[in-house]
Design a protein around this ligand. Structure first.
Ligand code: NYM
Ligand code: MG
Length: 212
């Protein structure tokens, strides 16, 4: 029999919700507790495609809206062989943003349907657990101002939040709503418990396909 596989755990949520901090600390904590775990993030800005995306986000280049959406998706697909290899070798992956960011952000632009936005990401490795770090726009604003990247305005973020709500209605995915207004330690404790549960649950299951 093949060995146990790792779990695919995704963190999503609005800007300032603490995704990057929690993703990093979750990897550390899982390792301390004896699991094999690694972190990833999307966009992965270091690849050729990632550099184009980064330049777009930093407003240094203007890329047509459909095109940049497809680049974000391609930036995930280019990591898929490595992701599958790691999961199959027993490593749990903690991912900071995934296809849900792709759909929530692009479909917040004029004239983009959720259906169109989801299509390029259909068939990606399906997350075993999606932790949605939920923070009100007011609480997010209280944590400090936005950065200077494209999309970092409160009007746009409110639209994005609504799209996430719609995505969370999909009960074929394992969404968990986490109250991100708790202390960093309390959030970590909660998501560590959920993650250890899922690592155990999926260890003998095949990797699923997203939105198929
Ligand atoms: N973003 C991220 C998208 O628009 N589509 C995607 O597929 C992904 C993964 O990029 N504002 C947006 C969301 C964020 C920005 O920011 C990346 P950060 O701070 O690197 O997570
Ligand atoms: Mg950010």
């Amino acid at each position: 029999m093949a060995g146990r596989r790792g779990a695919l755990i995704v963190l999503e949520g609005a800007d300032r919700a603490g995704k990057s901090t929690q993703a990093r600390r979750l990897v550390e904590r899982l390792r301390q507790r004896g699991h094999r775990a690694d972190g990833m993030r999307f966009p992965e800005r270091t690849t050729e495609i990632g550099k184009l995306i980064s330049s777009y986000l930093e407003k240094k280049s203007n890329i047509e809206d459909h095109t940049v959406h497809l680049l974000f998706s391609a930036n995930r697909w280019e990591q898929v062989p490595m992701m599958k290899e790691m999961l199959r070798s027993g490593v749990t992956l903690v991912v900071d943003r995934y296809a849900f960011s792709g759909v929530a952000f692009t479909s917040s632009k004029e004239n983009f349907s959720m259906k169109w936005c989801k299509q390029p990401d259909e068939g990606l490795p399906k997350p075993d657990l999606i932790l949605f770090l939920n923070l009100s726009p007011e609480a997010a604003a209280a944590r400090g101002g936005f950065g200077n990247e494209i999309y970092e305005t409160s009007d746009f973020q409110v639209k994005v939040q609504k799209r996430y709500q719609e995505l969370m209605e999909d009960k074929s995915l394992n969404w968990k709503l986490v109250d991100a207004s708790q202390t960093v330690d309390d959030v970590l404790k909660e998501i560590t418990g959920m993650s250890e549960g899922i690592i155990e649950d999926v260890k003998d299951q095949p990797i699923g396909k997203l939105w198929t």
